[in-house]
Design a protein around this ligand. Sequence first.
Ligand SMILES: CC(C)(COP(=O)(O)OP(=O)(O)OC[C@H]1O[C@@H](n2cnc3c(N)ncnc32)[C@H](O)[C@@H]1OP(=O)(O)O)[C@@H](O)C(=O)NCCC(=O)NCCS
Length: 197
Amino acid sequence: MVRNVDPNPGTALHVRPFDAADVALLVSWFTREIEIVLWSGEAFHWPLDAPQMAKMIEESQGNPPGRTLWAVTTDDGTMVGHFQLVHDDRRRTDRLCRVVLSPTVRGRGLGAVLVRLAARTAFNSESAPDRLELYVYDHNAVARAAYRRAGFVEEGLLRQNLAVIPGDGNPTRISSMIVMALLRPEWQALQPATPRV
Ligand SMILES: CC(C)(COP(=O)(O)OP(=O)(O)OC[C@H]1O[C@@H](n2cnc3c(N)ncnc32)[C@H](O)[C@@H]1OP(=O)(O)O)[C@@H](O)C(=O)NCCC(=O)NCCS
């Protein structure tokens, strides 16, 4: 199990594989269509239902899996976060996606803690990528700040990148995406030095 401690004393977060029994709690974190879009782009439609979740789980069960799914838990094992990794062997790159924290724990600086755990999970995985990248809506200021705090660098803007934002009575519009990435040496430089004995 990967472990990380947030800047606020008293909260430690851990990572374990996500499984079908976690689906109901994950789904409960989304109460509006716009939240699903922010989380997953156009991957899912409202409401999140069993067939969509079953397909997501299925994608993680190939050999090798198309994507790996992860649960982030507190000390007592309660899942409070989720993220996914998609591996591209040819580019020696993982894509971090579908990052989300339970609404009950947001706004306490745990976003960057989750992202650091995701980076450690990716860089220490068997596929051993040299680059961890992600795409985030340019208007998602909180997520962008959490990624930056965890060491990700904003590399560019994909303008009007076919990212349709519907819902909440707002007219559908096309949004732009920011590409961010963390390279292995950058991630290594962020790790605390091992004390010499
Ligand atoms: C993205 C997410 C994981 C971040 O976690 P969080 O607990 O809400 O955010 P944090 O408390 O860790 O704060 C993250 C940063 O946003 C900053 N922030 C908070 N409100 C902000 C605002 N309105 N505008 C800009 N920055 C803001 C915080 O100051 C912090 O930055 P800092 O570390 O530089 O101080 C969480 O908001 C979430 O699950 N969102 C819904 C799903 C989502 O958008 N996923 C991203 C998909 S790409």
